[in-house]
Design a protein around this ligand. Structure first.
Ligand SMILES: Cc1cc2nc3c(=O)[nH]c(=O)nc-3n(C[C@H](O)[C@H](O)[C@H](O)COP(=O)(O)OP(=O)(O)OC[C@H]3O[C@@H](n4cnc5c(N)ncnc54)[C@H](O)[C@@H]3O)c2cc1C
Length: 483
């Protein structure tokens, strides 16, 4: 079978979501979950059986956000995260975070077993390795921290595919799965148990009225007591100063055919980042290879980053990129941000794993039950002084870089013009011109064209738009269609 190179994630080809209706009347619920990625779907799942009337809405379709472009590992070996949390928060929180990851993996495992979910959920030992000697001590340090938590860690000098890896460590009790198959099946469970699901229903505003909220979409409103913002980037929480508390990172991912389906996953501590896992579809075996990651606002020419895959002689079948949110202390923000409003974000590229514990924490907050992770993830916690240069430095640099670089024209297929005082990006393809406004509606940053995925991307906060101007990823809540 011949497979041509596709400029979207492999997961999108492997699932059939059933289209759900748009909201077509005003409704009244106890809990509204906004966002149908892994966070929103997991939150709804944890809330069924609580006697609450629940609705979930997604601006596009279920699983169309960041979750569709992940690598789908469920692991607690997350680069050097425990050393980082120890440094930017404290040792107790590093241990608690470790326990949260172990719990989260167990939650997914139990759901898959109990609900008989067919999502290629497979045991996959995790490796952390380095090729550069200067990182050996960092890995040894991570090993020591994990061992102090009671985790069994083995030292290795090669990966199971026989590739020498310099120095590395290995843990077990970790898994890989197909993220969208997991969502499709969980969505069916939700519908069967009375959760109302609406697609193509974007929420534009959330207003508080005494002890309830009115969440408005384009025509209809949802009247609710509590709101869960499972949006990836929770832009409704203006006083939370999200843009000043986090920075974003973009990574580049590929999938190519592979003879063997090995059950391990690995990530390095060197630069550029290399991360691998294996996946066996009904027809083929693939290796999923993430290569390179960058601060979203720096070095914004995506083609240049995708071209780096050419350093390896693989026969790529899929290429895509994805964005995630990094917090100052490397701990996610999960919890109640205003009375009755909950967020789960800032997963530091480990949201497949963190989203399940996020769902349990939010459920327990709503039910006013104790949960040992509430303080760890508290979104109202202060910022450690050590992380200020990391967050502010990175944000300041990124605003400057994005202003300078986003005005550059990287590709022959694109030109930028000013029409009636507004900047217009014009993409030329097959004798047709696709015009869009290129100021991001979120905070006014200049958008940059991503020639590989054919999207207009915001280098400041990660909004993405297709060539027709339709927003495909927030935080922008508005399109950039040229009229
Ligand atoms: C390259 C890469 C690889 C990764 N690999 C891994 C991995 O192997 N393991 C791991 O643990 N984590 C991984 N992650 C992280 C993980 O994929 C994400 O953290 C996770 O998918 C985020 O899910 P989410 O549900 O919070 O967001 P999303 O999936 O983005 O869901 C948010 C949803 O909200 C909807 N929405 C937005 N605004 C509105 C609105 N106004 N009204 C209604 N709906 C709205 C969107 O349409 C979207 O569907 C990776 C991240 C990257 C960048």
């Amino acid at each position: 079978m011949v497979i041509f190179l596709k400029n979207y994630s492999i997961w999108n080809d492997e699932v059939n979501f059933i289209k759900r209706d748009k909201l077509d009347k005003n409704i009244n619920v106890d809990i509204l979950v906004i966002g149908g990625g892994i966070t929103g779907i997991s939150c709804c799942f944890q809330l069924i059986g609580t006697n609450k009337k629940i609705a979930l809405v997604d601006a596009n379709s279920i699983g169309s956000g960041i979750t569709s472009r992940t690598t789908g590992k469920l692991t607690f070996l997350q680069e050097g995260i425990y050393s980082k949390i120890k440094k930017y928060s404290n040792a107790n929180n590093a241990k608690l975070y470790y326990e949260a990851q172990k719990d989260s993996i167990k939650i997914v495992k139990d759901i898959v077993t109990k609900e008989k979910i067919n999502c290629n959920f497979e045991k996959s030992d995790s490796y952390l390795f380095c090729e550069d000697e200067s990182k050996i001590n960092n890995i040894k340090n991570e090993k020591k921290i994990l061992e102090n938590f009671g985790c069994e860690v083995k030292e290795v000098d090669s990966l199971p595919d026989k590739n020498k890896c310099g120095y590395g460590i290995k843990v077990d009790g970790t898994y890989c799965f197909h993220p969208l198959k997991y969502l499709v099946e969980l969505e069916k469970v939700l519908l069967n148990r009375g959760v109302k699901i609406y697609e193509n229903t974007r929420i534009y505003s959330i207003n508080e009225f005494g002890n309830y909220y009115i969440c408005k979409s384009d025509k209809y409103s949802i009247h609710t007591k509590e709101v869960v913002l499972a949006l990836h980037y929770p832009y409704f929480t203006v006083p939370f100063f999200m843009p000043f508390k986090v920075h974003l990172e973009k990574s580049y991912v590929s999938a190519f055919l592979e003879k063997n389906n090995l059950n391990f996953n690995a990530i390095n501590l060197d630069k550029p980042v290399k991360s691998v896992r294996f996946y066996k579809s009904d027809e083929n075996k693939y290796k999923i290879f993430l290569y390179g990651s960058r601060n979203l606002a720096m070095d914004v020419n995506d083609k240049k980053h995708f071209d780096k895959f050419k350093e390896f002689n693989y026969d790529y079948k899929y290429l895509w990129s994805n964005i995630d949110i990094i917090t100052g202390d490397f701990i996610p923000y999960i919890g109640e941000i205003m009375k009755g409003v909950y967020i789960a974000t800032g997963y530091n590229t480990w949201g497949m794993t963190n989203s399940s514990i996020a769902a349990v924490v939010i459920r327990d907050l709503i039910l006013k039950k104790e949960n040992k992770y509430i303080n760890l993830f508290n979104p109202k916690r202060g910022i450690n002084i050590l992380s200020l240069p990391l967050v502010f430095g990175s944000n300041a640099k990124s605003y400057i870089e994005s202003t300078i670089n986003s005005n550059k024209k990287f590709y022959e297929s694109v030109r930028i013009e000013e029409i009636n005082g507004k900047k217009i990006g014009i993409y030329n393809y097959g004798n047709k011109e696709y015009k869009v406004y290129i100021k991001c509606p979120h905070m006014g940053c200049n958008l940059v064209f991503n020639e590989v995925e054919k999207t207009w991307d915001c280098p400041c906060h990660g909004s993405r738009f297709n060539i027709y101007g339709k927003v495909i990823n927030g935080p922008s809540n508005f399109d950039i269609t040229y009229k």
